[in-house]
Design a protein around this ligand. Structure first.
Ligand code: TMP
Ligand code: ASP
Length: 236
């Protein structure tokens, strides 16, 4: 497989064409941003950790019946994935109140939710990823009703599998963000990444934050938190 020109540069990853029209290569960067790109920095080693953690978790989800874009890890920072057209939604899954939900509803961070909460945001940096509901999504044609049913059931299944898995390594999965894409044959698959950039991980005993909130909130120990999650999941 030959890697060709860069197709796209995002805040945390670059995407390259390959000589196979249905395959692209993702390269993870150490760059970190928060608050819609207002805060910028570097988290040394993050690209490699996020690449390997995402691939580990995507493979686990595949084994449990969740279709993903993952094909093959080709280096510590680079992975081949199916080329998809991304559905322009951030699908947020929440088990415990934190972050913007705590702010919006005045809930103490750490308040257990009676049931899993799903939220949808329109992926648009200029607009600051505004929250939308299924009426907006249908009205704008971002996804069909059938695709939304699949997205909801896949998101809940991912939550069940990941929550159980993380419990086993002493981590509470507080909330996370997923993205979905459509392959050339119209298959809906889980895309993007699953990493400390896109999840809130709290140590189950001490409630210490082991994710990007350490960067967003200037808590220190950012690299150490990513390394700790890498150790717990991949033993390194
Ligand atoms: P929030 O509480 O800030 O809405 O974040 C909810 C979850 O989504 C949290 O695990 C972090 C993740 N997230 C992203 O992956 N990308 C984003 O741009 C934002 C705002 C949140
Ligand atoms: N990555 C997002 C941004 O820079 C936000 C975040 O993860 O907090 O806007």
């Amino acid at each position: 497989m030959k890697v060709l020109e860069q197709l796209y540069e995002g805040k945390a990853k670059r995407v390259y064409a390959t000589d196979r029209p249905d395959v692209v290569m993702v390269a993870y960067k150490d760059d970190a941003t928060a608050f819609n790109g207002l805060k910028k920095g570097t988290i040394t080693g993050k690209g490699a950790i996020n690449n390997r953690m995402t691939n580990f978790l995507m493979k686990m989800l595949e084994k449990n019946g969740v279709p993903t874009h993952f094909i093959e890890e080709i280096s510590s920072r680079e992975t081949l994935v199916k080329k998809v057209s991304i559905i322009p939604l951030e699908v947020i899954v929440r088990n415990v109140a934190a972050g913007s939900l705590s702010k919006r509803l005045g809930l103490t961070e750490g308040t257990k939710l009676r049931r899993t909460v799903l939220e949808f945001c329109y992926k648009n940096d200029e607009l600051g990823d505004p929250m939308v509901n299924e009426y907006h999504i249908a009205a704008m044609g971002w996804a069909t009703a059938e695709q939304m049913q699949q997205i909801v059931s896949m998101a809940l299944k991912v939550d069940e599998i990941l929550t159980l898995y993380f419990k086993g390594v002493g981590v509470d999965l507080i909330d996370f963000k997923l993205e979905f894409g459509l392959t050339a044959d119209g298959e809906l698959v889980l895309a993007d990444e699953i990493s400390p950039d896109t999840c809130r991980f709290w140590d189950a005993e001490t409630h210490e934050k082991l994710d990007k909130d350490r960067f967003r909130r200037d808590l220190g120990g950012v690299e150490e938190a990513y390394q700790e999650m890498s150790r717990r999941i991949m033993g390194e």
